[in-house]
Design a protein around this ligand. Structure first.
Ligand code: KG4
Ligand code: ZN
Length: 338
């Protein structure tokens, strides 16, 4: 089955062609970093406009690199939520146009399902497992019992982990996106120069909170501006902040595994590209006899290969519903829990 994946939930315009769930024939990602970096975050209206300009060239390139034609495609899988509505609408409506013109089936895919299943592009993982989806918009723990079988265990009550990287980077004037810059700066900083708070939210909670950590960085920077903490550098702040995020993510992840009595972990989403997080999860996991999986960094950040992959498994395991795909609607807060 040849699947065309289309992803435009946030600030990446992406298209990919996937054969039988695992053979990736092409994956094109066009980011908008240049457009948003001067604002220190995504401007939804600009994101939507840029998707409109990029979506057709990106799809054409994906089809060409795959060495196929649109007529060869068996299924179109497009992200329908969650995400920015102005962005989602561009990919979804383009997908509808192609599906209608060429009489192809179309599936609306949940972006988070794409993140959770991205690992299957590279290797199969035995069910059940605990998955941490950690990105710019989400920090969520799931129990995954099979394709399409997801139970939410915990989620952030305020900022997502990636969002906190971006906001702290903005405060430090590092530009957008913040995750990769903070990771690079943290390498030469001392994580113990200042201890930032870890919000563990009481015994047994699998929810997250990152807004207090962000405020704590802001307060420290204010002290430094007043000349009170001149001993602390931007690299130290980056290292201390990253350490606090990782401590919380890893503590909750291991707590979830204990609660669910599971020994397989998948970590995905943009923040899962972070080398220090990958290293810590691997080390702690090894100590506890767990098997840990991370997609390659290019499949952690937003891409359409993971959307094609989620579309493939849904279509493989369930006959397509007779619903008119042209009635699919973008949904900013689409839930994954089933
Ligand atoms: O999954 P993604 O591409 O988009 C969303 O679905 O949100 O994630 C983007 C997020 C951004 O907040 C970015 O700062 C963060 O992932 N990120 C990282 C790293 N690379 C990307 N965070 C920490 N370390 C990284 N290396
Ligand atoms: Zn994402």
């Amino acid at each position: 089955m040849l699947v065309l994946g289309i992803e435009t939930s946030c600030d990446e315009t992406a298209a990919a062609v996937l054969l039988d769930g695992t053979e990736l024939l092409s994956s094109i990602v066009s980011d908008q970093i240049k457009i948003h970096s001067k604002y220190g975050g995504i401007v939804p209206e600009l994101a939507g406009r840029s998707h409109i300009e990029c979506i057709h060239p990106v799809i054409e390139q994906a089809i060409e690199e795959a060495g196929v034609t649109l007529k060869d495609i068996d299924l179109i899988a497009a992200t329908m939520g969650p995400g920015l509505v102005a962005s989602l609408l561009v990919g979804l409506n383009t997908a509808k146009g192609i599906a209608y013109a060429l009489k192809k089936p179309l599936l609306g895919v949940n972006h988070l399902e794409g993140h959770l299943l991205a690992i299957f592009l590279e290797e199969p993982v035995e069910f059940p497992f605990v998955a941490l989806a950690v990105s710019g918009g989400h920090t969520e723990l799931y129990r995954v019992d099979g394709f399409g079988k997801y139970r939410i265990l915990g989620r952030t009550r305020d900022d997502a982990a990636g969002e906190s990287f971006d906001k702290v980077a903005k405060m430090l004037k590092f530009g957008y996106p913040g995750g990769p810059v903070i990771e690079a700066k943290a390498r030469s900083g001392d994580p113990d120069a200042h201890r930032f708070p870890r919000a563990l939210l009481g015994n047994g909670s699998l929810d997250f909170s990152f807004s207090g950590l962000k405020t704590s960085v802001r307060n420290l920077l204010a002290k430094r501006e007043r000349g009170e903490r001149l001993d602390i550098s931007d690299t130290d702040i980056s290292a201390g902040f990253q350490e606090a995020v990782i401590d919380v993510l890893v503590t909750k992840l291991m707590r979830a595994c204990e609660q669910e009595e599971l020994k397989r972990i998948v970590v995905s989403g943009g923040v899962a590209a972070n080398g220090a997080l990958r290293e810590r999860v691997t080390l702690v996991g090894e100590d506890l006899g767990m098997k840990t999986y991370f997609p390659k960094p290019v499949y952690c950040t937003d891409n359409a290969a993971m959307i094609a992959c989620a579309g493939y498994y849904r279509c493989r395991d369930n006959p397509l519903s007779g619903d008119n795909p042209l009635s699919l609607d973008a949904s900013a807060c689409l839930a994954l829990d089933s």
